[in-house]
Design a protein around this ligand. Structure first.
Ligand code: IMP
Ligand code: MG
Length: 206
């Protein structure tokens, strides 16, 4: 089956990553994770809802396939863009994190996130795990790593301090949707990742 964009939908520009490319890359990342955590008794995968749900499901099964460590799943809900798209020249954004699971206290945690954009979301989740939950180790796995064109100095600094341990794909500084990622809560179910025509959507400020 070939991927195709929703017929004549002017909100999309092109397919960036096909379902096959995504599946193949996840298998590779999973093999690396399985090897890196070979001596870990129990690895806690912390999925960031909602965007990481599909990536997490596929990644977890591939880690199992690669004979990785025993995995426990946890989820947190984080909201940074409130259904909208980022503005130009951002320096900070409030990140709303709904309750951190108590079971993560003192554990080896791998945060699984759909995309690293300006870094506000992952920075806050990692800080909470290390400072408030006393996690034994915290690593970050993102499917997509956005290469920012013109970050503000604040965002450039944040990104420098936030290097993800596992990355699926580097992607351009465009809004993307599909494979869990949304635009205004739509299109998470596309099996591929597509580039969105941002001008077709409203930019929501917080
Ligand atoms: P950050 O805090 O700026 O790194 O933003 C990360 C969060 O914003 C991710 O968890 C996504 O939910 C969302 N996000 C950022 N860029 C995109 C995108 O291009 N498409 C869909 N969601 C995105
Ligand atoms: Mg998200």
């Amino acid at each position: 089956m070939t991927d195709h964009l929703p017929a004549n939908d002017p909100r999309f520009e092109s397919i960036l990553l096909s379902a096959e490319q995504i599946a193949a890359r996840i298998r590779e990342i999973a093999a690396t994770i399985a090897a890196d955590y070979a001596d870990t008794r129990s690895l806690h995968l912390l999925g960031v809802l909602k965007g990481a749900c599909i990536f997490l499901a596929d990644l977890g099964r591939e880690i199992r396939r690669a004979d990785g460590p025993s995995i426990q799943y946890e989820f947190i809900r984080a909201s940074t863009y409130a259904g909208g798209i980022k503005e130009k020249h951002e320096t900070s954004r409030p990140v709303a994190i709904a309750s951190m699971p108590e079971s993560l206290r003192g554990q080896d945690v791998l945060i699984v996130e759909d995309i690293l954009d300006q870094g506000f979301t992952l920075h806050e989740i990692r800080r909470t795990l290390l400072d408030e939950m006393g996690a034994r180790s915290v690593r970050i796995c993102v499917l997509l790593n956005k290469q920012l064109d013109t970050p503000t100095p604040e965002v450039a600094d944040l990104r420098e301090r936030l290097v993800p341990d596992y990355v699926g794909f580097d992607v351009p500084d465009r809004w993307v949707a599909g494979y869990g990622l949304d635009i205004e809560e739509e299109f998470r179910d596309l099996p591929y990742v597509a580039i969105v025509r941002e001008e077709q959507f409203q930019h929501v400020s917080v």
